[in-house]
Design a protein around this ligand. Structure first.
Ligand SMILES: [Zn+2]
Length: 488
């Protein structure tokens, strides 16, 4: 049995090192699992206790090398804390400077622990006494603000006069329309993607829909605001609350909708809108802590471990069609990365952690021979992952129908851009020729009372904002686009 001071030292070090995961769990236990408060507290504590117990067990087995093990754990914890602090700053950096920053942070962390090695045990013991500070703070802070049904604060519409429909906008990242089409190139492939095909037949399908931009952040900004790019936002994500009004979010909120947003890529501070997150079980949090959080800083071939968030994200779709989400007056906007490379989830939902992802991670200037042979295999993996997502989407629609919420649901499915499988366009990394599959996006709009049809109108994504306001019967606002709802 380790001494009390050792337990405290490890609790402190680990508690702060994994505070990001603890935060994620504190939030998701409320949003997605809807656990009672006492269960949430217990669960968050367990998330912290398990790694401590595991580390102490390993420590007990290290025998005479315990001091070295202690030093490694404390150094690693220091690095994790520093990394979390620097995470925000790292976001905007290019990968060489990011790697340099990470190395600098790591070296600093190790150096700090080494310099203070004589005292580190006693300092960390003091830290241990405060090890409950972070979980307590997260639980308390989350309780105060993060309630799923909170209306956008600017919206003061009487509930009785609020919207009577529910809005779902599902943006599947990198979902090319061409991957969904059957060999005739005019219909959705009902064999491979039965749920998208069924949904297309119940919607207004804008078959010629094209994205205006190839980068996620630029395209989504244009989709949500209906304006062409005016500032160079390359390489930078944004927070939806920073979008200039009028935009899709502000219009939905000011017309009385309770607006919720989910994305792992676009920021959501949660001041004006609800920010959704997918749920994770405690073992998943630990798995992600050990793999994803560390894995994102290792060479690309290891990034396949990002599969777990993709899986959970696809499963999030299953939860949207029932309960609170589907009630009238909710507007749920979801940006899903599960259809984006690396394609590491199989059709059956297994995690495919092969490392043949070279195609997606080519560098500009790499010779075409390097990836030509992989293109077909990557494409088939992409199809498999989209098949998996299709099944999840089907469950979402079925839930809406089963619960009677379909009758008042407006469901929109689209993508920010497509992708391609030719050497000039591998993984969208160094595009020479913008092939059609890059720009063609699905766009299905289903709303009660609107007759399903196929439109070959010359829709561009800058028209999304105006088209959505029109489809929802909301007042139109000035933008660079026009509504394509009624255009044949
Ligand atoms: Zn994208």
């Amino acid at each position: 049995m380790p001494r009390m001071s050792t337990i405290l030292a490890y609790s402190g070090a680990v508690g702060f090192a994994i505070s990001q995961s603890i935060y994620s769990y504190a939030v998701s236990s409320r949003f997605n699992m809807q656990l009672p408060e006492l269960d949430r507290i217990a669960v968050v504590l367990i998330v912290q206790v398990i790694p401590v117990a595991l580390l102490l067990a390993v420590r007990a087995a290290t025998g005479s090398r315990r001091r070295l093990f202690d030093a490694s754990v404390f150094a690693m914890s220091a690095v994790m804390v520093l990394l979390q602090i620097y995470m925000v700053a790292l976001k905007g950096l290019s990968s060489p400077s990011r790697m340099a920053a990470i190395v600098a942070v790591a070296v600093t962390g190790v150096a700090v622990v080494y310099a203070a090695r004589a005292h580190v045990q006693s300092y960390v013991v003091m830290l241990g006494v405060t090890s409950l500070v972070m979980p307590t703070y997260f639980l308390v802070a989350d309780t105060a603000t993060a309630v799923i049904a909170t209306a956008a604060r600017s919206a003061t519409v009487d509930a009785r006069q609020g919207p009577t429909n529910t809005v779902f906008v599902l943006v599947f990242d990198e979902l090319s329309l061409e991957i969904l089409l059957d060999p005739s190139h005019t219909r959705i492939d009902a064999t491979r993607f039965p749920n998208f095909a069924r949904f297309a037949a119940e919607s207004v399908w804008l078959r010629n829909a094209r994205a205006d931009y190839l980068q996620t952040n630029v395209s989504l900004r244009s989709v949500f605001t209906g304006t062409y790019e005016r500032v160079d936002a390359k390489g930078r994500t944004f927070d939806i609350e920073d979008l200039p009004p009028p935009n899709l979010f502000s219009e939905l909120a000011s017309n009385g909708y309770r607006v919720s947003f989910y994305s792992r890529y676009i920021g959501c501070r949660g001041a004006q809108y609800n920010c959704l997150r997918y749920s994770e079980t405690a073992p998943e949090v630990l798995y992600r802590f050990a793999n994803f959080q560390i894995g994102r800083y290792v060479p690309p071939s290891f990034r396949a471990i990002a599969a777990r968030p993709d899986l959970r994200e696809a499963q999030l779709l299953e939860n949207l069609g029932r309960g609170e989400f589907a009630r009238a007056g909710q507007a749920i906007i979801v940006h899903v990365l599960a259809t984006h490379y690396p394609y590491v989830v199989s059709r059956a939902g297994a995690v495919v952690t092969s490392t043949d992802t070279a195609f997606e991670f080519l560098n500009p200037g790499d010779p075409p021979e390097k990836f030509a042979a992989d293109a077909d295999r990557i494409k088939s993996k992409y199809v498999g992952e989209v098949e998996y997502v299709d099944a999840r989407f089907g469950m979402f629609v079925d839930d809406l129908k089963r619960t009677g919420n379909w009758d008042h649901a407006t469901v929109v499915v689209t993508a920010d851009h497509g992708t391609c499988w030719v050497p000039s366009c591998a993984g969208r990394n160094h595009i020479v020729v913008p092939v059609p599959s890059l720009l063609r996006v699905p766009l299905f709009i289903r709303t009660a009372g609107m007759k399903p049809r196929i439109s070959d109108a010359a829709y561009r994504h800058v028209d999304f904002f105006a088209t959505m306001l029109d489809a929802l019967g909301l007042p139109s606002r000035a933008s660079d686009g026009v509504s394509m709802m009624m255009v044949q």
